[in-house]
Ligand binder design. Structure first.
Ligand code: NAI
Ligand code: MG
Length: 366
């Protein structure tokens, strides 16, 4: 049977960039005989508007059955004042939690054509290729107790940073495996100097490294130093593994090294299914970008490159993933740019659909 994909376009620019991905999926079907069975459903604010919940139970159940989920983005100002239990982000968090997607892979690769556009000097980022593995289902965003409570006559906001040994163990193993396929170097990032969870994190990662991955060069770094080093000399890193909160921040920092949030894909992987492939959800790193939504300005590349990761990790189509990534690289090298990839006042930018069409044209010549 054909591989399956559930598309959850979501809110803001999510549906806009997903239109371009649909063109690319159709191209692979007609030109490469790679047919993917696609279903589409709602998530986030769009799901709330229709069902009163950011993720309907039927959608959740379907997500558990497909080979991969591709998500656009969720959220927006219209939903900012909703109760936390029905906020758009809640739909995303539920998918991650119930699919048990504990390892979030965020590549930060600098396309040569965009090296000039990085926030850093060209020589610092040209050829950059980092993989940040962020723990995704535990830590500060899930730990109990959480909430806003009354205490001594005032309110106190509480989140809890909490990690079990097994949670650290499984994400560390994913990262060690990944490092082996890359440059065999893993940097584990926490704040063991001031946090108990950091002390345990370092202990568990060190033990796994010594026992099962002695061939991988393991180093440790405090998260604040890592933020500094990512900007000072990013090429010192190969694979980084870190917790949910630090990973959120450090990967956004790494994002700016490569030029634009609009270029950054991600994958979230869980435990293997019956067919041996991990449960998986792919999504651009960026959000719903309400400031540019509805204007045709969104860069579809992050979502297109997320689909490329799905080709590689969920469909075993590594060569086709390479083909798609090369097409994006060619489009950039040819100078086709959405506004986020241009200096202010430069030539007229390509709009979302022109960018998607350029990728299709590049695929046609591949
Ligand atoms: P954002 O990523 O949506 O936007 C940050 C900046 O980058 C904006 O100036 C935006 O215009 C620009 N940008 C983002 N993606 C772009 C693209 N593809 N092409 C061109 N420019 C792009 O983050 P922000 O503004 O903090 O959040 C906006 C909304 O998105 C909020 O409701 C937030 O909760 C939600 N959000 C959702 C995420 C998700 O669905 N995974 C992740 C991050 C934020
Ligand atoms: Mg973030």
């Amino acid at each position: 049977s054909n591989p399956s994909l559930l598309i959850l376009a979501g809110d803001g620019i999510g549906p806009e960039v997903m239109v371009e991905v649909r063109k690319i999926i159709d191209w692979f079907g007609s030109k490469r005989d790679l047919t993917i069975d696609v279903t589409e459903d709602l998530v986030g604010g769009a799901a709330y508007d229709k069902h009163g919940t950011p993720l309907h139970d039927d959608t959740m159940a379907h997500a558990q059955e497909v080979d991969a989920v591709l998500l656009g983005a969720v959220g927006g100002p219209a939903y900012d004042d909703l109760d936390f239990s029905v906020k758009p982000e809640r739909g995303l968090l539920r998918l991650r939690k119930e699919m048990d997607l504990f390892a979030n892979l965020r590549p930060a690769q600098c396309f040569d054509a965009l090296a000039d556009f990085s926030s850093l000097k060209k020589e610092l980022v040209a050829g950059l290729d980092i993989m940040i593995v962020r723990e995704l289902t535990s830590g500060s965003y899930f730990g109990e107790p959480r909430g806003i409570f009354e205490e001594n006559g005032e309110r106190v906001g509480i989140n809890t940073q909490r990690y079990t040994e097994s949670e650290i163990d499984r994400v560390a193993r994913s990262a060690f495996e990944l490092a082996r396929k890359r440059d065999n170097r893993l940097c584990s990032v926490e704040k063991a100097n001031v946090m108990e969870s950091g002390i345990l994190w370092r202990e568990v990662v060190t033990k796994i490294g010594a026992e099962d991955y002695p061939d991988v060069e393991l180093s440790h770094m405090y998260a604040d130093n890592c933020a500094m080093q990512l900007v000072r000399n990013p090429k010192q890193f190969d694979t980084i593994v870190t917790d949910n909160l630090f990973g959120d921040i450090l990967s956004d920092c790494a994002a700016m090294l490569t030029g634009s949030l609009g270029m950054l894909p991600s994958a979230s992987l869980g435990v293997p299914m019956e067919n041996g492939k991990p449960k998986a959800m792919y999504e651009p790193v960026h959000g719903s970008a309400p400031d540019i939504a509805g204007q045709g300005k969104a860069n579809p590349c992050a979502c297109i490159l997320s689909f490329a990761m799905a080709l590689r990790y969920s469909y075993d189509e590594g060569a086709e993933a390479d083909r798609l990534e090369a097409a994006v690289e060619k489009v950039l090298a040819d100078g086709v740019r959405t506004a986020d990839l241009m200096q202010a006042g430069a030539a007229k930018p390509a709009n979302t659909s022109e960018m998607g069409d350029a990728v299709i044209a590049a695929l046609d010549t591949s």
